[in-house]
Design a protein. Structure first.
Length: 441
């Protein structure tokens, strides 16, 4: 096991090598976890309504499918509490290995869930249970992956960029999940609803093996090792962070409204909306979302880097304002049903999101004191799943069903932006400051 002496003997080059390994382990592991999480959202928008709720009309079936999808978001704060506790008690590395196993096994088992035709409503029940386990796994993943990278960084002026690399795992997971669905949709053809959709879920077990191999080869972070050496480990970190830093938890959740809710409208709801309502090609929408995720490969780390230069909060506020306005342009273009307009709208849709998501990891994690950081950052980040990401496709579907226009959904996105503008304005900004020492009350 590593000790303080282990870190003290690391040369500058050795430390840099460990930082690179931590960034790679965080990014690849996070990409695998998000592949698992996103592939469910894509399948829910495309096929789950027909397979698990066949007695409903298409709109109601889509709502029911997104209901099982929402359960994963309910599980995320639960995972944040469970794994946040252990992340602050036994370390970032060991906890991240557990989250990867939890997520990967649940995703693998989704591939074998019988449909309504085979076992009736029990298929949806099993699917919902596995989705909950997925949510618990991803709920513990984010905080650990961000801290694993950020707490190896020696330079205060680079944390925005360093912490944005685990965020980079999101477009990677989105790209891989949509690529897998697109590939097996083309391969299986008319059999996609029978077996084609199952293969990408089954393949996730291979990715889990890769992720485990990478994460087992890294050291614990110096910040957590220092906490061990100084005997500053909390017995109940979740309770302690709720008691000492409730404002930061609430603000973390609220500032994500304008990032997370639009993201799941742009990447999950769009499948049901464009394919079922606008009668566009499934593969065309998949290709457009794939392209959007490739753009994010650049815009997420770029936004993290810019936040190191101009300040975390300022960069975030720019992104919030951008997404609030873009929602109106997005649906104006999508509702034309013109291939070129829809493609451009989808490709551009993640840029305002990325302007927030790049600096977000450091903005949230820096706000919490080291001994409570895994618990506090995870809880604040994942609580947004219940109020933003999870309900977003359901709210968007219900708004369209009521008003029969995407304009209503644009207003919803703008409302989320207003909430986040207020929250981000009050969020503490530790850009360029030392975050290794205790600084809570």
């Amino acid at each position: 096991m590593a000790t303080a002496a282990t870190y003290g003997t690391l040369s500058a080059s050795d430390h840099s090598a460990q930082l690179r390994k931590a960034i790679i382990a965080s990014t690849i592991g996070t990409a695998i976890e998000w592949y698992d999480f996103f592939i469910y959202g894509t399948a829910a928008g495309l096929i789950f309504g027909k397979l698990y709720f066949p007695n409903e009309d298409p709109l109601t079936g889509t709502l029911a499918a997104f209901g099982t999808y929402f359960i994963g978001f309910v599980g995320r704060p639960i995972g944040a509490a469970i794994f946040g506790h252990y992340g602050d008690r036994i370390g970032r590395k060991a906890t991240l290995i557990a989250t990867l196993l939890c997520m990967g096994i649940a995703t693998f088992l989704v591939a074998f869930v019988p449909t309504y035709e085979q076992i009736g409503i029990w298929g949806a029940v099993i699917l919902t249970l596995l989705r909950m386990i997925q949510g618990i796994g991803v709920g513990g993943e984010w905080g650990g992956s961000v801290l694993l990278a950020m707490e190896w960084s020696r330079h205060h002026g680079e944390r925005g960029l360093v912490a944005s690399w685990p965020q980079f795992g999101v477009p990677c997971g989105l790209f891989l999940s949509n690529l897998a669905i697109l590939a097996f949709s083309a391969w299986s053809g008319d059999q996609f609803a029978t077996w084609g959709w199952r293969v990408p879920f089954a393949l996730s077990i291979i990715l889990v093996g890769v992720g485990l191999w990478i994460r087992l080869g890294i050291l614990e972070t110096p910040v957590f090792q220092h906490l061990l050496d100084e005997d500053k480990i909390e017995r109940a970190p979740i309770i302690e962070v709720i008691r000492k830093q409730p404002k930061e938890i609430i603000l973390s959740a609220l500032l994500r409204m304008s990032e997370q809710a639009p993201f799941y409208i742009f990447t999950a709801f769009i499948f049901a909306y464009a394919v079922n309502t606008l009668h566009m090609s499934r593969d065309f929408i998949l290709a457009a979302v794939l392209t959007a995720s490739v753009v994010s490969f650049v815009t997420i780390p770029l936004s993290g880097y810019v936040s190191d230069r101009i300040g975390r909060r300022k960069m975030y506020l720019i992104g919030v304002a951008a997404v609030g306005l873009f929602g109106f342009l997005y649906f104006a273009m999508v509702d034309t049903a013109l291939l070129s307009a829809v493609f451009i709208a989808i490709v551009l849709s993640l840029i305002p999101h990325d302007m927030q998501y790049g600096p977000q990891a450091a903005l949230i994690a820096e706000a919490f004191t080291p001994r409570l950081r895994y618990s506090g950052a995870s809880l604040g980040y994942q609580l947004a799943s219940v109020i933003a990401g999870g309900p977003a496709p359901i709210i968007a579907t219900a708004l369209f069903a009521t008003y029969q226009t995407g304009y209503a959904i644009s207003i919803y996105i703008a409302a989320c932006a207003i909430v986040s503008l207020a929250a981000a304005a009050f969020m503490p900004d530790y850009t360029g400051k030392d975050i290794s020492a205790e600084y809570d009350g």
